[in-house]
Design a protein around this ligand. Structure first.
Ligand code: HEC
Ligand code: HEC
Length: 297
């Protein structure tokens, strides 16, 4: 027993030294909260070591005693000792706590954090709607800029120029490579707004592809190449798009931006633009669309 107590004291000293080594400056702190915490640490270490010692000692030296029950199982008997008081109280306490938890503490359909969060979200969404019922174009553009800086600039850059080709440069509508890519591979990302997509190889002649791509990427200026006739059926004679058939490929507009936000793009010439479905409300979508349209001006 004596050697165990000595061992215990050595352990306490070692643990305290370790604590001092790791967080020593807290011992000398002016802040009494730190001092209290360190005092607590010392107390916890000391009590833990002594309680552990007590039980180790008991395991080594105690022998069970009392009156044996009549039954035996393969020679193993059982004493008729009463349930330890602490254990019994803890057991009854658990049952009492269970009823408290069900009825008073956290009853079914009672308060919940997620419920509160949902209620407040609905309330704030309503406030948002009534506050921004008919925003002016200026307000929309300003709102769009803030949303853009938070949600879109990590990929598109704060200047919206696409971070050296890592994503689309939103200050211009489309590049020649982009149009050629669309013609050759076809595209079908924006299924929600343009269900049938764009079939590949509408044009096969390299000269036609070059002429049409130059014309489209150039913003539809100058004389229209004849081959553009193939495209007009879906994108309109002036390229501004036809609802549910083909998007605007001349300028960005609300329909294209909200289609891209809804579906994202996975097979573009650059790579993947994630879907923002459910992350922006309709006013916010209109706002980013307004901001993007203001960039090209
Ligand atoms: C059958 C209808 C159809 C025809 C014909 C068609 N397109 Fe498309 N085009 C679409 C649709 C739909 C999309 C949207 C694709 C998507 O869902 O990702 C699209 C997308 C595009 C895009 C990509 C726009 C973007 O923002 O990424 C370009 C560029 C394009 N088309 C150019 C052309 C050209 C040039 C022609 C003519 C050679 C043409 N299209 C013919 C339906 C068509
Ligand atoms: C994880 C990166 C990333 C984020 C975030 C992102 N984008 Fe994009 N976006 C891209 C990439 C990449 C493309 C080019 C896709 C392609 O055509 O290859 C793109 C393309 C676009 C296009 C052009 C689509 C077309 O068909 O011409 C628009 C418009 C756009 N993004 C708007 C936004 C808006 C608005 C946000 C913020 C709400 C945003 N993006 C957030 C990566 C991103």
């Amino acid at each position: 027993m004596k050697s165990m107590v000595i061992g215990g004291i050595i352990l306490i000293v070692a643990l305290l030294a370790g604590t001092y080594f790791v967080a020593g400056d807290a011992f000398n702190s002016d802040d009494y909260i730190n001092s209290l915490t360190m005092l607590g640490a010392v107390a916890i270490i000391t009590i833990t070591v002594f309680v552990t010692l007590k039980y180790i000692n008991q395991m080594k030296n105690d022998t069970a005693g009392g009156e044996l029950a009549d039954e035996k199982w393969d020679g193993i008997g059982e004493y008729k000792n009463p349930i330890p008081t602490g254990w019994g109280l803890a057991f009854i306490g658990t049952i009492v706590w269970l009823f408290w938890y069900w009825t008073v503490g956290y009853p079914t359909n009672g308060f919940s954090q997620i419920g509160q969060w949902n209620e407040e979200t609905i309330e704030f969404n309503k406030k948002f709607e009534s506050k921004w019922q008919n925003p002016s174009q200026e307000t929309l553009t300003a709102m769009g800029e803030s949303i853009f800086l938070v949600q879109c600039s990590p990929c598109h850059g704060v200047d919206a120029e696409g971070i050296n080709g890592k994503s689309q440069n939103l200050t211009l509508r489309i590049t020649k490579d982009h149009v050629e890519h669309a013609i050759k591979t076809g595209l079908n990302n924006l299924k929600t707004s343009y269900p049938s997509g764009m079939p590949p190889m509408m044009l096969t002649d390299e000269g036609d592809i070059d002429a049409v791509s130059t014309y489209v990427a150039g913003g539809f200026k100058g004389e229209q190449p004849d081959a553009y006739g193939v495209c007009a059926g879906c994108h309109g004679p002036d390229g501004t798009g036809i609802e549910a058939v083909g998007p605007n490929i001349k300028t960005y507009d609300d329909a294209l931006v909200s289609a891209v936000l809804e579906n994202g793009k996975t097979h573009g010439i650059i790579g993947t633009m994630p879907s923002f479905k459910g992350r922006l409300n309709p006013t916010q979508e209109k706002a980013v669309a307004a901001y993007i349209q203001s960039l090209g001006e």
